[in-house]
Design a protein around this ligand. Structure first.
Ligand code: PLP
Length: 414
């Protein structure tokens, strides 16, 4: 039975859950307990219905046709850009570039900012707890430009060691790229401080926001960051859409990443001139329906209130942490003082892959693996972890079910 001391959801939880049709189902005869929200989130009817209506009644190409459907689509597409700008906290929607997600957004910056600003002998800083999407593009950028990659170490709790970060910074540092929330550990990084310190040496900062945008109120202008990324499928929207906030003065200086139609001013056989941002970075026909769906997801999140979401999810995370800490065979990896949404753990008794298979038998969806963060796994000397990640639609009872199922699995292997 769930503790009575926990904070009740600040919204009608059953009503919220009814917004997500997938949550109603039974898996292997048990009610689905969806705890893989860090990998991807489920969609509310508001998103499903919006995309369905758009595709069945309103669909047309954007930016080109001077006819009813195309004009309508273009207007809705631009509207969605404004919604995302509002969510992230920029008054200028042209600072939002749509990409397929965070991976492509970081590749865009690594390639384009790299080409414009990174020279031989320069330095790029990442951290030891980055997703591969915020590691590999910078390795490639360094290889191509003759720059050096430096890494901020973490302590045993999974917190970046800021004294070590300070030592890495110098006038050769061109960009610092760190996540806001670690997908492997759940650490919330002190990005305001990280940005301030980088700016003091003239470096730019990219924040990988894949794991933060669905969970907390953001304000890229107040944070003063240069780039901030997001993924639609992690914020209750469609997959295949996401993007980048970029400071306009930088975007204007950056060359295109992908070239082709829609991003040009004029093309002759000899030479092409490019559109200003964001169009310069959105070559080709964009994922129109997905953008419209993302706009609906933003409305949904804002309707609930990001502060309320953050409060309730924090309470769920604390509750889950307590429940798992009561199981002696389980060790939590990532015990930072500031955490969001993610509970990563290992057990000497049973491998994460076996854990998730057994959890699945009880209808519980968790992720087992390296979470595309192999350097993080190496740091904590584990090949993989099991990860439970919560959303505002989760219940305390589901964390009870997780703990109970884990105890059963451990008993089986002991
Ligand atoms: N960065 C972080 C912190 C992530 O958690 C993920 C996805 O798990 C990514 C980047 C990559 O996002 P996407 O696959 O949506 O491009």
């Amino acid at each position: 039975m769930t503790d009575t001391a926990v904070q009740a959801a600040p919204f009608d939880l059953e009503k919220i859950r009814a917004d997500f049709p997938v949550l109603k189902q039974m898996v292997h005869g048990k009610p689905l307990v969806y705890l893989d929200n860090a990998a991807t989130t489920q969609k509310p009817w508001a998103v499903i219905d919006r995309v369905h209506k758009f595709d069945s009644e309103e669909y047309g190409t954007v930016r080109r046709g001077a006819y009813f459907l195309s004009e309508g689509s273009t207007r809705m597409y631009d509207e969605a850009r404004k919604k995302v700008a509002g969510l992230l906290g920029t008054p200028d929607p042209n600072e939002i570039i749509f990409t397929s997600g965070t991976t492509q957004a970081i590749n865009l910056v690594a390639h384009s900012f790299g080409k414009a600003f990174v020279k031989e002998g320069d330095e790029i800083i990442i951290s030891n707890i980055e997703h591969h999407a915020n590691t590999v593009p910078w390795q490639v950028c360094c290889e191509e430009r003759g720059a050096k990659l430096k890494v901020i170490p973490v302590n045993d709790r999974g917190e970046l060691i800021l004294e070590e970060y300070e030592k890495l910074l110098n006038p050769r540092t061109k960009i610092v790229a760190v996540n806001h929330v670690s997908n492997a550990l759940g650490t919330v990084n002190p990005i305001r401080q990280i940005i301030e310190m980088a700016h003091k040496v003239g470096a730019r900062v990219l924040i990988d926001g894949a794991q933060s945008t669905p969970h907390m109120q953001l304000d890229v202008k107040a944070l003063d960051c240069d780039f901030y990324t997001f993924s639609g499928h992690k914020m209750y929207g469609p997959s295949g859409i996401g993007g980048l906030y970029g400071r306009m003065e930088l975007l204007k200086e950056m060359p295109p990443y992908v070239t082709g139609g829609d991003m040009i001013q004029q093309v002759t056989i000899e030479k092409t001139t490019y559109n200003p941002p964001p169009s310069r970075f959105e070559a080709g026909t964009p994922p129109i329906s997905q953008v419209i769906g993302l706009g609906a997801a933003v409305d949904y999140l804002q309707g609930l209130g990001l502060d309320k979401i953050a409060d309730y999810e924090h309470s769920l995370l604390e509750y889950g942490t307590r429940k798992l800490s009561e199981i002696p065979e389980i060790r939590i990896i990532g015990t930072a003082r500031e955490k969001a949404s993610i509970l990563s753990f290992v057990s000497d008794v049973i491998h994460p892959h076996d854990v998730v298979t057994l959890l699945d038998q009880d209808g519980i969806a968790c992720r087992g693996g390296h979470h595309c963060a192999q350097p993080t796994m190496q740091r904590y000397q584990v090949p993989a972890t099991t990860r439970a990640s919560v959303s505002f639609y989760n219940k305390y009872e589901e964390l009870d079910a997780l703990a109970e199922s884990l105890r059963k699995a451990i008993k089986l292997f002991s």
